[in-house]
Design a protein around this ligand. Structure first.
Ligand code: E4P
Length: 274
């Protein structure tokens, strides 16, 4: 499974690269806002074009960087996608355009603008990451429209189910892959009992039809969720930097390294020189 860094912070992308744990980067307007706010609070001015260029350069040639469009109409999203690709892909050849699978904000609005934009950009050979995917059906439609990647949002589906359950929860809290029951009934979202199940079913459908679209398990909130999307066979997990750090830690590893360090006898140490 490839690991993408779900961040627009250059320091984090840099560190993940140093760890050898960055096969790509995903950004969205909220992640860009977080990075920009941080820079501004540190008294820095932000030139967005330079900043995005730096993200693309730090990620490097073989690491796709998803950059999201902001408009809601297909025609405008296509213009933005073409512009972003034209402006930044020349640097490292790694730009992917992120397009919401649907941009309607309520019933009654046009639901197919996202899919139209995905289709148009894909036909122009611009790779698209279909984002805000909340059901396997949306993923199937995006894949059929030609998306190179689809991003099912595991954490947000868990949030949705927890809200249905009437639970209060923290962003990083674990939600079981098998779902939860209320009044003896499994609480689900049209048959999907957890974010991990969303990723699993999406994988099953795309694999069954031999589709080339890669599945990016997104909106991941904790290390155990990463394990479960890996077990579900996700091609890629896009992981926030704090979760990437959580993945490496364990108290028994800490304890073990303390003991091993204490037990190094001088005769053994000598082998390594002074
Ligand atoms: C990545 O592509 C998504 O934009 C991101 O994982 C969303 O995560 P969130 O639901 O924690 O905001």
């Amino acid at each position: 499974m490839k690991i993408f860094v779900d961040s627009a912070e250059i320091d984090e992308i840099n560190k993940a690269k140093e760890y050898g744990m960055c096969d790509g980067v995903t950004t969205n307007p909220s992640l860009i806002k977080k990075a920009v706010d941080k820079l501004k609070s540190g008294g820095k001015k932000v030139d967005m074009a330079n900043y995005i260029s730096d993200i693309c350069k730090v990620a490097g040639r073989d690491s796709p960087v998803s950059l999201e469009v902001v408009s809601l109409k297909a025609e405008d999203m296509v213009k933005e996608g073409v512009m972003l690709y034209g402006k930044f892909n020349g640097l490292m050849g790694n730009v992917v355009i992120k397009v919401p699978v649907s941009t309607s904000r309520q019933e009654g609005e046009e639901h197919y603008e996202g899919l139209k934009a995905i289709k148009d950009l894909s036909r122009r050979k611009i790779p698209v990451n279909a984002t805000l995917v909340m059901t396997p059906e949306q993923a199937l439609l995006a894949a059929k429209a030609g998306a190179a990647y689809v991003s099912p949002f595991a954490g947000r589906i868990d949030d949705y189910l927890r809200t249905k359950l009437g639970e209060s929860f923290g962003k990083g809290d674990y939600f079981p892959a098998e779902g939860k029951h209320k009044d003896g009934q499994l609480v689900d979202d049209k048959g999907i009992a957890s974010g991990v199940e969303l990723v699993k079913r999406t994988m099953e459908i795309l694999e069954r039809y031999g589709m080339k679209t890669e599945v990016i398990a997104a909106s991941l909130r904790n290390a155990r969720q990463v394990r479960e999307v890996a077990l579900a066979g996700a091609h890629i997990a896009t992981i926030p930097f704090d979760v990437l750090e959580e993945m490496i830690k364990h108290p028994k590893t800490f304890e073990g390294i303390v003991k091993f360090s204490e037990d190094v006898v001088p005769e053994y140490q000598k082998i390594f020189g002074d």
